[in-house]
Design a protein. Sequence first.
Length: 254
Amino acid sequence: MTVTRWNKAGRWGLAASLLGLSVMAAGCSQGASGADEAAAGKSSAAAASPAEADKQLAIYRELLKIHNDAMASTIGQDILTRFPTSPAAAEVGQTLKDVQARAKATAEQRRLQALWLYQTGPMEGGTQSTASLDSLLPSAPGTVRLILRRHTDWGQSVFLFDSGHGFVCRQVCTISASFDGHPYKLQGFLPPSGEPAMFIKDDRGFLKRLAKSRKIDLQVDFQDRGKREVVFEVGGFDPAKWVPVTRPKAKKNP
């Protein structure tokens, strides 16, 4: 009886062992099959890589022809990342740094250009053309605007306009300025009408220096917050958009 029970137990144990071995064998078979499929996938991807790299390279070349450095920079970097050992990557590597530098410079110039606002329209019986931009924040609490103005009656002028209470300047005052780090002294005066503005006396000299500068720093004395540094990023100024204005000629009597 004992032997019978042992034999039954032995048979059950052997059956379980055989079942386990069968499952393991099946798993190994499936694992081998999965590995083969993965290897085949890698092989297929590797085979497709040169064609894909060449396709992206063709796009890169076309973008360079039309001077689209921003898109070319993106495509070129993708080629280097995805196909680092390909002939396409070798070709891209010869030009990509220059392309990226040009793309960065173009983006920066567009940012600077977008800072300026150009307007032309009627103003107090005449026509006014202005080019203006706001100071960098937080160089001074509140906003200071640099305004270049042409008016058919008042002529040309350059002035600062404060969003607060205006400036301290008795008669003609000296403004310490720097154009791209080069120090310069400006003369300013307040308008008799009392607006929170300060005019630059030598507007022509200021405009000549502005046209060659990227950044202007001014040390300005405010009525409500003392002396502060005011910074303007002027490098995006486009003189062609600051249109001249002329007074219409009077009609002759017949």
